[in-house]
Design a protein around this ligand. Structure first.
Ligand SMILES: [Zn+2]
Length: 95
């Protein structure tokens, strides 16, 4: 199914990690792309549609200080987190 094919009630796992795509007219599984703009998860097709050349330009323009792309997989976020823990944490409470 592609975006626009689905016309039913919201699935219980809509927008959740590994669940159904957050786009109401799609809701395909698995939703493995996290959208840092909407804080929800999307399927491969919708990620490609939303984060196309125009979407990438808007993301770079609206969030120039963000060093990650608008959409990331869990793996990409984990890799980024692993890297950032090598730097001193500033917001964690000290023991
Ligand atoms: Zn989708």
């Amino acid at each position: 199914m592609a975006y626009g094919d689905y016309d039913g009630p919201n699935k219980p796992d809509k927008g959740k990690e590994g669940g159904s795509c957050n786009r109401t007219r799609c809701q395909c599984a698995p939703a493995r792309w996290y959208n840092h703009g909407s804080y929800a998860w999307y399927c491969d097709d919708c990620r490609d549609q939303i984060y196309d050349a125009v979407g990438q330009r808007h993301w770079a323009r609206d969030f120039p200080n963000v060093e990650h792309p608008m959409f990331e997989t869990r793996e990409m976020m984990d890799n980024r987190a692993a890297k950032s823990t090598k730097e001193p944490a500033t917001c964690d409470p000290q023991p």
